[in-house]
Design a protein around this ligand. Structure first.
Ligand code: DP6
Length: 320
C-alpha cells in the first residue's frame, strides 16, 4: 500500500533546546509552538515486498544525505527486519535553513509510513514516534497553538488553542536559503556540554512555559510577545556562550529584529522569534499581517517573505 500524508512546519515560541536522553531523543525542556498552514511537506511511502535499500526523492531529486535519518525512522515504525521503502517528498519552502523543515518532514513521514505499514495510530503515538526522529516534529502532529510537556519517561502534547480559537499570523522573512552549517541536534549537544548558561536555561523553562500558557489561554498578545522574545533570546544566548560558539544569525536577521522593534514602537501588534537559522519569524494579529510583511520585505537582506495563518496537524491525504 502506498500512503501519502501532509504536515505543516511549526514555529516554537517557547523553545526546545537540549536533550535529556539521546537514544529516544527526549527533550530536556517543554516547549510551545504554532503549527502553520500554507507551508507544507507531503510524504508518500510505499514498502517493497522484501528487505533492501530504501530510496528517497525530495522535490524530484535523490537525497542520499537525508536517507539515514529517514531509514532509522522507518525502522522505528516497521521494525529493523522490514521491507525496503520508496519515499517521495515534496516541500514548498526551503529545506534545512531554520524553517522547521525536519518537523514537517518527520511528522508527515511517521503518519504515511505507519499507514503504509498497515497501522492506524492515534496522534499521541504518532507524535512520540515523530519526536524520536526530530524533537520538534512531535508538535506538527497537532493543530494551532501546541504545548509539549517533557516528562521524565516520554513527551505529552495538547493543543491549547485551535487555529480559529485565536487566529495569529506568522510572517517568515527569508534571508538565506542555503542549508545550515551545524544541525540543531549537534548544536544542542555542544550547548549542554559547554554553555555556562545551560543549567539556568533548563531551570527557568517551566516559568516561561507557565507565562506563555496563561497568555494563550487568556488571549493576551502582549504577554505572549514578551515571554516569547525573552525565551528566544535566552536560547540564542545559550548558543552564543557554547564552545565553539553557535551563531545562526546574519546581519539581515538583526535588520529584521530592528524592523519588528520599529513596528512595535508604532503600536503594531507583532513580535519576533528566531530558530536555528538566519530567518526571522514575526508573529502578529491577523489585521497587522500585511503591514508586517511589507516592512520585512523592505528590510535589507530579506530575499523573500512567506505568510501563514495557524493550521491543522498532520493528516493523511490518501492511500493507493
Ligand atoms: C531551534 O527538532 O530540529 O527549532 O530533535 O535534534 O531533530 P532534533 O532537533 P530539532 O530542534 C529544533 C530546535 C529549534 C527550537 C524549537 O523548534 O523548539
Amino acid at each position: 500500500m502506498r500512503a501519502t500524508s501532509q504536515a505543516q512546519p511549526n514555529i516554537a515560541l517557547i523553545k526546545y533546546w537540549g536533550k535529556r536522553e539521546a537514544r529516544q531523543n527526549l527533550p530536556e525542556v517543554g516547549s510551545l509552538s504554532l503549527t502553520l498552514d500554507t507551508l507544507w511537506t507531503r510524504m508518500a511511502v510505499e514498502f517493497d515486498e522484501r528487505p533492501g535499500e530504501d530510496r528517497l526523492l525530495v522535490n524530484g531529486a535523490p537525497a542520499a544525505s537525508m536517507l539515514p535519518r529517514i531509514s532509522a525512522c522507518l525502522d522505528e515504525i516497521a521494525g529493523e527486519g522490514r521491507a525496503a521503502a520508496a519515499v517521495t517528498s515534496e516541500c514548498n519552502f526551503p529545506i534545512a535553513a531554520g524553517l522547521a523543515s525536519s518537523a514537517a518532514a518527520f511528522a508527515a513521514l511517521v503518519m504515511a509510513a505507519s499507514k503504509a505499514n498497515g497501522r492506524s495510530l492515534e496522534a499521541a503515538t504518532l507524535a512520540r514516534l515523530a519526536g524520536r526522529a526530530s524533537g520538534s516534529a512531535a508538535r506538527s502532529m497537532y493543530p494551532g497553538i501546541v504545548e509539549l510537556e517533557a516528562g521524565a519517561r516520554d513527551i505529552a502534547l495538547r493543543t491549547l488553542a485551535g487555529p480559529d480559537d485565536w487566529p495569529l499570523s506568522v510572517t517568515v522573512a527569508i534571508t538565506a536559503t542555503h542549508a545550515k552549517a551545524v544541525s540543531s541536534g549537534t548544536a544542542m549537544t555542544i550547548s549542554k556540554q559547554t554553555s555556562p548558561f545551560y543549567a539556568s536555561w533548563v531551570a527557568r523553562q517551566g516559568d516561561d512555559l507557565a507565562v506563555a500558557r496563561r497568555a494563550v489561554l487568556e488571549r493576551d498578545f502582549a504577554a505572549l510577545a514578551g515571554v516569547a522574545e525573552h525565551n528566544c533570546l535566552k536560547m540564542h544566548s545559550v548558543m552564543w556562550t557554547s564552545r565553539p560558539a553557535i551563531v545562526y544569525w546574519s546581519a539581515a536577521t538583526i535588520a529584521c529584529m530592528q524592523t519588528v522593534r520599529a513596528l512595535q514602537d508604532d503600536g503594531v501588534p507583532v513580535f519576533f522569534t528566531i530558530d536555528a537559522g538566519p530567518q526571522l519569524k514575526a508573529v502578529s494579529l491577523p489585521e497587522a499581517a500585511d503591514t508586517v510583511a511589507d516592512a520585512l520585505r523592505r528590510t535589507t537582506g530579506v530575499v523573500d517573505v512567506m505568510c501563514s495563518p495557524l493550521g491543522p496537524g498532520a493528516r493523511l491525504l490518501g492511500t493507493a
